[in-house]
Design a protein around this ligand. Structure first.
Ligand code: MN
Length: 426
């Protein structure tokens, strides 16, 4: 059964019709005066995809409380249904990133469900930051860097299980984030703890299939509040260097100190061939996991400015994923809007006059260099995004179509409130 009735999308797109065409034509004229072919930008935007994190379709929460919404997914198959709705309406999210063991299921069942829904699987995510029922050793004091060799071995083994399942469902990458660190000065020896991490990471890397990539994700603090083993991009880069050619750094936008220049970190990692990909989200204070582009869309644009600058560099193929927590919104709506915000930043970055920018940079014309970026950022590219969606049969206005579809009320009736499906913030 179609999750979203075709006639709902058709009716919404018909409503957008004439106005969208007029807006697209007007923007096309404006861009032509700037030497930009709007159809070329639209084709690139239409070909762009960002992966949905399976854990994102459930309501998130804080360490204080979680307020579940109606019709929450009960298992990975419900989650995939929700992800399919997001892709059906935005046409921008063709893949799903699984988190194990939250999403553990037989590979054949995952494959048949994904095929039915027209989805693929992105990077696998391991979980050694919480204990699972029946687990022999606890991760309370760490996982890959734990002082106990048996606990480290257990954490390595879990990552190998993630690779094994991923191989069967067409994934090509493993993302490893660990919460390992310390809460007190003196609690851990920084050097020995990092050496243990490296040794364990090497064991995972050794099991990586030839056509896979390993993404290690840094995070400044939390759950450890004094020191974290993989705390910043510098440490992350050292890890990727130590492991080898298939190891790359994953940049989660929320995992840095406030005001850190993330776009420059991106440029550095690109320069040295170690940018693996992103977890997109936004933040005001820390690892807030707010919706992508909701707080600082200019920063998101500046990140994409670096990515567009690097397009065509041999081997440059970063993975794009969302990673956010939805506490006060319908997760499907937040993820749709976030996917569109990422596309918007990409479209705006495509509008940057790079020859002019390079000229201003060489001439040390700071004001005009900045103005060149701003001219692209200020351009309202919504008609490009909406037209790209409509042309591929998705919704010109995904949120309006979603609300008109009644999907949430339908699944609320089908899915009795239950807990147990994983929803976390990583
Ligand atoms: Mn993340």
């Amino acid at each position: 059964m179609a999750k979203i009735a075709e006639d709902v999308i058709a009716a919404e797109n018909a409503r957008a019709g004439a106005a969208l065409e007029a807006d697209y034509a007007a923007l096309g004229e404006q861009l032509a005066r700037r030497g930009v072919d709007i159809d070329a930008v639209k084709r690139k935007v239409a070909g762009y995809g960002v992966a949905i994190p399976s854990w994102g379709v459930g309501t998130g929460g804080t360490r204080f409380a979680r307020f579940p919404g109606p019709g929450e997914p009960r298992d990975i198959f419900d989650k995939l249904d929700d992800c399919a709705v997001i892709h059906r309406l935005t046409g921008a999210t063709p893949t799903v990133s699984l988190h194990i063991p939250w999403d553990m299921a037989p590979a054949e069942d995952l494959n048949s469900k994904a095929e039915e829904l027209g989805l693929g699987f992105d990077a696998m995510n391991s979980n050694t930051f919480q204990d699972q029922p029946g687990q022999a050793r606890s991760y309370k004091f760490g996982s890959l860097s734990h002082s106990d060799p048996a606990t480290r071995a257990q954490a390595v083994e879990h990552n190998l299980e993630c690779i094994a399942l991923g191989r069967e469902i067409g994934s090509k990458a493993l993302t490893v984030w660990v919460g390992d660190g310390s809460n007190f000065p003196g609690q851990a020896n920084f050097t020995r703890q990092f050496e243990r991490y490296l040794e364990a990471a090497k064991a995972i890397y050794a099991a990586l299939p030839g056509d896979w990539r390993l993404f290690t994700e840094h995070k400044m603090y939390e759950p450890a509040f004094y020191s974290t083993v993989v705390q910043d991009w510098g440490t992350n880069y050292l890890i990727a260097q130590e492991l080898g050619d298939k190891a790359f750094c994953l940049v989660d936008l929320g995992h840095h100190a406030p005001n850190v220049n993330i776009e420059m970190i991106v440029a550095r990692l690109i320069r040295f061939g170690k940018l693996g990909g992103f977890h997109f989200n936004d933040s005001k204070y820390g690892d807030d996991d707010l919706d992508t582009g909701s707080i600082d869309p200019y920063r998101l644009f500046l990140v994409f400015n670096e990515l567009v600058e690097a397009e065509g560099v041999p081997g440059f193929d970063p993975a794009h994923m969302l990673d956010q927590s939805h506490n006060v919104t319908d997760p499907i709506e937040s993820l749709m809007v976030s996917a569109m915000e990422v596309q918007r930043a990409y479209a705006q970055a495509l509008l940057v006059d790079r020859a002019a920018l390079a000229g201003f940079q060489d001439a040390n014309d700071a004001l005009m260099a900045s103005a060149t970026l701003k001219a692209a950022f200020r351009t309202d590219v919504e008609p490009i995004l909406a037209m790209a969606r409509r042309e591929k049969g998705a919704a010109a206005d995904p949120v309006a179509a979603y609300r008109a579809s009644g999907y949430r009320a339908r699944v609320a009736a089908e899915r009795p409130a239950a807990s147990g499906s994983g929803g976390g913030i990583v």
